[in-house]
Design a protein. Structure first.
Length: 106
């Protein structure tokens, strides 16, 4: 999967039926993005408002650096150990997947 510079804040839902893709829905037609991530850029702590779901943070090559379940509407995550740079934050909520760019800086 390649992420383009224009697709960071766009939700794309892919529907599967019996293991095959049977449709792709653009977020403009299906739902509003309900996820909030702040501050961005961040140095030590980020807050994610998403609802109960999952958050994965990857570096640019795709290595997972954080993989956690979101148990509350609002969760904080310590990113202080990450090196400065650009990361992708992938959240899931009610079968919707959202990808955001996160800048880590001291």
């Amino acid at each position: 999967m390649q992420l383009g510079s224009s697709g960071f804040n766009k939700i794309v839902l892919i529907r599967y039926l019996d293991g095959f893709i049977n449709g792709i829905d653009d977020s403009k037609k299906t739902s509003k993005n309900i996820t909030e991530i702040y501050p961005n850029p961040a140095s030590n702590i980020i807050t994610i408002k998403n609802g109960i779901g999952k958050v994965i943070i990857t570096d640019l090559p795709g290595k997972v650096v954080l993989d956690k379940n979101i148990l509350n509407y609002q969760e904080t995550f310590d990113i202080g150990e990450l090196t400065n740079g650009c990361y992708f934050v992938i959240t899931t909520y009610n079968n919707a997947v959202s990808t955001f760019k996160l800048i880590k800086q001291d």
